[in-house]
Design a protein around this ligand. Structure first.
Ligand SMILES: [Zn+2]
Length: 60
């Protein structure tokens, strides 16, 4: 039996979700932008409790 890889979610979607350090809920992605100076992707997550989490990661 053959498994179609296109039906599987890309692995990077799994670690996109960060937990809120304040209430451990999954904050929603509020902003995503590319930093042209060093090529990193900057994301801003906003939780329903008001907590904001900045995430910056290098491209692969
Ligand atoms: Zn929270």
């Amino acid at each position: 039996m053959k498994i179609d890889k296109e039906q599987l979610p890309p692995p990077q979607t799994q670690d996109l979700r960060r937990r809120c350090p304040a209430c451990a809920a999954f904050p929603r992605l509020a902003l995503s932008m590319l930093n042209p100076t060093n090529g990193t992707t900057i994301r801003l997550y906003e939780c329903r409790c008001g907590e904001r989490i900045w995430d910056e990661r290098l491209p692969k």
